[in-house]
Design a protein around this ligand. Sequence first.
Ligand code: AMP
Length: 116
Amino acid sequence: MGDNIFLKIIRKEIPADIVYEDEEILAFYDIHPIAPVHILVVPKKPIESIATMDDEDAAVVGRMFLVARDIARDLNISEKGYKLLIRVGKDGGQEVPHLHLHLLGGARLSENIHPI
Ligand code: AMP
């Protein structure tokens, strides 16, 4: 399993603006936000992507959504709504090879999904 920037953040080797942490999940602000609220929710276990996750990872992946739900409530964007985005692999535009759930909100967001 190769190293990557999110594993370094999880190990506290590089700083991040952390909004939530427990034994198996970390959430922190995206360094290049594309929405007024842009937070990444990641498993501490080195799961590369949805495409390569094991069946046994289903519980922690499910909990990532509960953490996103609770952060959205805490930041008062739950009522107006938000997007949850997971990129998978090259065509999905995934840049960091460690599973992450984007929580995007704080404004009405465009769709903007098209082939490039
Ligand atoms: P993706 O394209 O879905 O793989 O998303 C990777 C995300 O990680 C991008 O939105 C980046 O802005 C974000 N990112 C990269 N490095 C950092 C970092 N050091 N701290 C916080 N977010 C980061």
